[in-house]
Design a protein. Sequence first.
Length: 108
Amino acid sequence: MQHKQLPFEIIYDPEIATHMAAIERKHYLLIRDTVQQQLHYQPLVETRNRKPLRRPSAFGTAWELCFGPQNRFRVFYRVDVPEHTVHIIAIGVKIGNRLYISGEEFKL
């Protein structure tokens, strides 16, 4: 008998609306779909584009998801295993070696 895995509930922090406002609307669907595809099941499995942060960030997040054109979008999240939820803490754009969240440069 095959064991069916339950999907994680994805919860967006209220601040995400501000973060998204600084990103072109044409990318919204890509961001939403990628978050669903990548984090709905097995959000704690490390992949080429999904990895735990090596040092704590200002968000206190544990994981980073990278995707999009030139791999420029960054979604920072943490997982509550007992609650079976993924909390999206921040969404930003990486340009070169700089990260922008809500249009402001953010130090990692």
